[in-house]
Design a protein around this ligand. Sequence first.
Ligand code: SF4
Length: 388
Amino acid sequence: MSQEVEVTAIDEQPRKEKTNLLGLSASRLGDFLESLGEKRFRGTQILKWIHQLGVVDINEMTNISKGLRATLADVAEVVLPEVVSCQDSVDGTRKWLIRVDGGSCIEMVYIPERERGTLCVSSQIGCALDCSFCATGKQGFNRDLTTAEIIGQLWIAAKSFNQFDPQVDRRVTNVVMMGMGEPLMNFDNVVDAMNLMLDDNAYGLSKRRVTLSTAGVVPQLDKLGDVTDVSLAISLHAPNDELRNKLVPINRKYSLQEFIDSARRYLDKMPDNRRKVTVEYTLMDRVNDRDEHAQELSVLLRDLPCKINLIPFNPFPGTEYKRVTNVALNRFRDILHNDGYTVTVRTTRGDDIAAACGQLAGEVNDRTKRQERYKKRLDEEQVVKIVG
Ligand code: SF4
């Protein structure tokens, strides 16, 4: 009598997901190695291979024993986000479109200047905060980036500039968390990625050369000072709550004064009392660029050690806002300057490849339906224009 036996083919066994070593900070890498019965210090060797030498094949990490390499290859891997395209602006700015899993793409920008090269890194696919003047906000939101997807952006830029070759000068000297997304809404992954940026066994950037920019997620900003001392930029864009409620909706939850007080507390936690916050203020024609706005801003910031960065608005398709005029920009700057503030004006870079500040859009599989609503509104406006 024959008997039917149920057989599960080997390749039908569910495959165990491997750990992506790219996104593990030194302490997490140590924990991971301990969980494999290995010594924590091996983590330092692995960090150097990945982040200083650009090696992603575990078998090429030759100062690690063959046995450990074999164990690692079974349970771990190094997986980078995929570069879809890379565009160079006439002014030397470079923009990458990077695919993260799920089909969405994020954007990352490199801005070379005379004495430094700044990489503007994304922290989320889209952004949930929906600031009215921001192209990213109009794309809606999909999800937070993982630590590997955040640090992977720096890896990709370093590779692209051949920076893993010790003979080659470092082109990326500064990183700003100012790309797509609100970094403090993705707190743990952003902090882990910044720890890798600062780690001498990884990218070794100084805390002054890594900047986190926030639109005002006050509870997370209060937590941030307990775990890091990177530079802080606060995106204000308005000098009073009434106007800021319209431009930056999170202001309805955490007011301007609460935001500024929180930034002050962040500075107070720094061991070095000479640190300053950078105040970002995007100037839009006849929206927030009047003399009274500058005067109000000056009073508002009186007790905050800060410098002010004025950003002429960079238009994107469908936006209702216009770039500030040069006359208004200069008046605004002079009022603040005469009140004793250090004021810089951000020069527009990468405009020809839509890489300028506030223009990053990527390709977001939007889960909020905001993108759909925005496109519908643009279509309706177009119809009105044509009919009108
Ligand atoms: S300005 Fe920043 S916080 Fe606001 S929608 Fe854009 S990415 Fe998000």
